[in-house]
Design a protein around this ligand. Sequence first.
Ligand code: AMP
Length: 285
Amino acid sequence: MMERIRIPRIMQETSKRILLKSKSIGFVPTMGALHEGHMSLIKRARTENDVVVASIFVNPLQFGANEDLQSYPRTLERDIEKLEEAQTDILFLPEEQAIYPEGFCTYVSVEGLSERLCGAFRKGHFTGVTTVVCKLLNLVKPTRLYLGQKDYQQMQIIKKMTEHLNMDIDIVGCRTIRESDGLAMSSRNSYLTPKERQAATVIYRTLSALSELIVKEAIPCIEVPALMQKLISEEPLVDHIQYAGIYDAESLTPLKEYKKINLLAVALKLGQTRLIDNMLVELKC
Ligand code: AMP
């Protein structure tokens, strides 16, 4: 039976007891509305740890004023069933008040990385992410933290935070899980109308096409962003491309020349829905 914990102090006491018995803790933080992408992290954590903790917390601090905090999908009963089926040991479900009590004013920011790519379009978003993840790590005290490559920038920022703050936690990056037509699974895909859902396949098609051209050395690095934007724009339902290009996989700055590992990344709006995706392209140089 999966244990449910709502109170931060109880989560912390529980983790302390587990660690005292020299058991490892694998942790998967989520905002709920769980899909196969989330579950792949849980399954990986299950194979690598004595105890698996998942959290569900829709973190208000990482949503901008005009973003979808109120409408973010909430499917708690189904989430609990999925977590139980995957043999999660503990579900941490804190209330907003317990995480951000009256007068809360302490923030964690990773400068530089947080301002690039999505950060340029979602001011303060990554400070919201690093602040809540830092708090969750102090409560759950995991041995290993499982993060999806789907949110590549988030993963890099959290890696940097744990390194710079000397947090003794292994970060395990997990590959992106996709629908059969290539669309990266995301809780926000449920916002898409059937036509938008069909149009969204342009993202994976474009990433795959560019990746193939790059591996075959059929396109200079400098021409990648324009071709990505052209291919995506061929889909008439795409309202606005926020960014699409090729970036250094560590610093997330735009590349002019290929490196051994290159990051293709894109963020766009389809109607009201903002979608992101990325692909790493490795070259044998
Ligand atoms: P979220 O609930 O969107 O905050 O995501 C929680 C965790 O699941 C993050 O580490 C995400 O990167 C990861 N995740 C979300 N979608 C996917 C996916 N399609 N494949 C792999 N991991 C994912």
